[in-house]
Design a protein around this ligand. Structure first.
Ligand code: GLN
Length: 475
């Protein structure tokens, strides 16, 4: 069910909030053995909140969204609830405060069913890097869910929760959304507060809603957007009602297709994208070829910046302040060494080592930042010609679990998503069809801080197609 369906069901007494939450918790528990999409399930508190919500509804004291279930990627700090970031390092970390976005969602009356699985410290594209095991794709249990927000994507796709919050540093909302057939929005850098979100790469990380529909993403955005003085990178923007923009007319809008991103697209993916374009051209929207060069250098620039920032951000996990620590060390050095050797997984250590090296060799960072600026400028130039850009989210469907791939090939697969993060732009993945019975998505990108237009364009597609309404048969 979508948020809208749930609100209707609660209003019309088709089910009580307690019945709904109880059913979902049981189903999550049952399915977690195979899908492994939850790290923590919030049985007690969720049922308590459900009772409270039923009580408030009975006396018409409720907010519109009271009782709607949700779950969070396990890097949003949740007061009193374990927040692991998918790492052994934080297996026993219980935050003493809520991140700003969680606080706003709680205030709106949504009920937290738990914390979803993720790649350790959000590093990965397939959700195979979690200390708590890999997450499976509900469309086919032999396939990965995509990462790093794979637990959220898998849980929404399976119908266990209607919405979730994820984060996207280089594609981690959009990629798993594409693999699992859901809608996932990465907002503009600076749009949402990052306060209380465990950092991976601070100049790239942004949060965003994941859901079945664009409309549900808009509902969540209405709750979580707004200025937060606790995050110095959060901009003081005008607060909007994003639902109001969804049905705006798109007549006369122009959409750009960057030739570099369409050059090597697989025939089946290309066919589906063409079908998507046809839906828009029927409305009179025009498509133009545009050029966004330097996409290959974007990969290097991204991994240099992200690794350097990660090495710095993860330096605080030293066995002293919080998290896992080596007991009875013989010296301070041994405490650091053994804590970090045992507490971090392979991929995280890899990136810390590369990042620490890069912070020493500052020239690489300077070059990476120059490339970042060029990529940013190219987008800005393109947006003088077009209102929106379409790029495939991936050129492939979810891969088989445990397929050993060469590391360079693995990171090459981020090529479609990372430029958007380097440029700080908003982008949404929408499901557009199936290849070999697996979902595939498209990225819609608009200029900085035009989330209202982005949702408007994406919503139009969902009004005219049914791809976002397909559910795998797992429950
Ligand atoms: N796959 C990319 C990485 O591992 C992106 C991850 C993300 O967006 N968190 O860095």
């Amino acid at each position: 069910m979508t948020i809208i369906d749930i609100i209707k069901g609660l209003k019309n007494n088709h089910f009580s909030c307690y019945e709904l939450i109880n059913f979902l918790l049981k189903t999550i528990k049952k399915n977690n053995k195979s899908l492994n999409n939850f790290i923590t399930i919030e049985y007690k508190n969720a049922l308590k909140d459900a009772n409270k919500s039923d009580f408030l509804r009975k006396f018409n004291q409720n907010n519109e969204l009271h009782g709607v279930p949700i779950a969070f990627k396990d890097l949003f700090c949740t007061k009193g609830i374990k927040t692991t970031c998918g790492s052994k390092m934080l297996t026993n970390f219980i935050p003493t405060y809520n991140s700003t976005l969680i606080e706003r969602i709680k205030h709106a009356g949504l009920i937290n069913l738990g914390k979803t699985n993720m790649d350790e410290f959000a590093m990965g594209s397939f959700n195979e890097n979690s200390f708590f095991g890999l997450v499976k794709n509900p469309w086919n249990l032999k396939l990965v869910s995509g990462g790093s927000s794979g637990g959220s994507a898998s849980a929404i796709s399976a119908g266990l929760i209607p919405v979730s919050l994820g984060t996207d540093t280089g594609g981690s909302i959009r990629l798993p959304s594409s693999f699992c057939g859901i809608t996932g929005l990465k907002t503009s850098y600076g749009f949402l507060s990052r306060y209380g979100i465990i950092s991976y790469s601070s100049s790239l990380d942004q949060a965003g809603p994941m859901a079945h529909t664009v409309k549900d993403c808009a509902i969540l955005l209405n709750i979580i957007s707004g200025y937060d003085t606790f995050d110095s990178t959060n901009l003081n923007l005008q607060k909007n009602n994003y639902l109001k923009f969804l049905n705006n007319s798109l007549k006369g809008k122009k959409i750009g297709l960057p030739i570099e991103y369409f050059k090597n697209i697989a025939a089946k993916v290309s066919y589906i994208i063409q079908e998507t374009i046809n839906v828009y051209t029927k409305l009179g929207i025009e498509f133009f070829d545009i050029s966004l060069p330097y996409i290959d250098t974007a990969i290097s620039a991204y991994y240099i910046i992200a690794s350097a920032e990660a090495a710095s951000n993860l330096a605080k996990y030293d066995g002293i302040k919080f998290g896992y620590y080596k007991r009875n060390p013989k010296s301070l050095e041994e405490l650091y060494f053994k804590t970090r050797t045992k507490g971090f997984g392979k991929e995280v250590k890899n990136r810390i080592l590369i990042g620490a090296y890069l912070l020493n060799k500052y020239n690489y960072l300077i070059k990476a930042k120059k490339i970042r600026k060029i990529i940013y400028n190219n987008f800005i130039k393109s947006f003088k010609k077009v209102d929106c850009i379409f790029i495939p989210t991936t050129n492939y469907v979810a891969k088989q679990i445990h397929t050993k791939k060469n590391k360079t090939l693995n990171i090459q697969e981020d090529i479609y998503t990372i430029s958007v993060n380097l440029a700080g732009l908003p982008s949404i993945n929408i499901p557009i069809g199936f290849v070999n019975k697996c979902p595939i998505g498209l990225q819609v990108i608009t200029p900085h801080f035009t989330e209202h237009l982005l949702l408007n364009i994406a919503h139009y597609f969902q009004q005219h197609t049914h791809w976002h309404l397909n559910y795998p048969n797992v429950l």
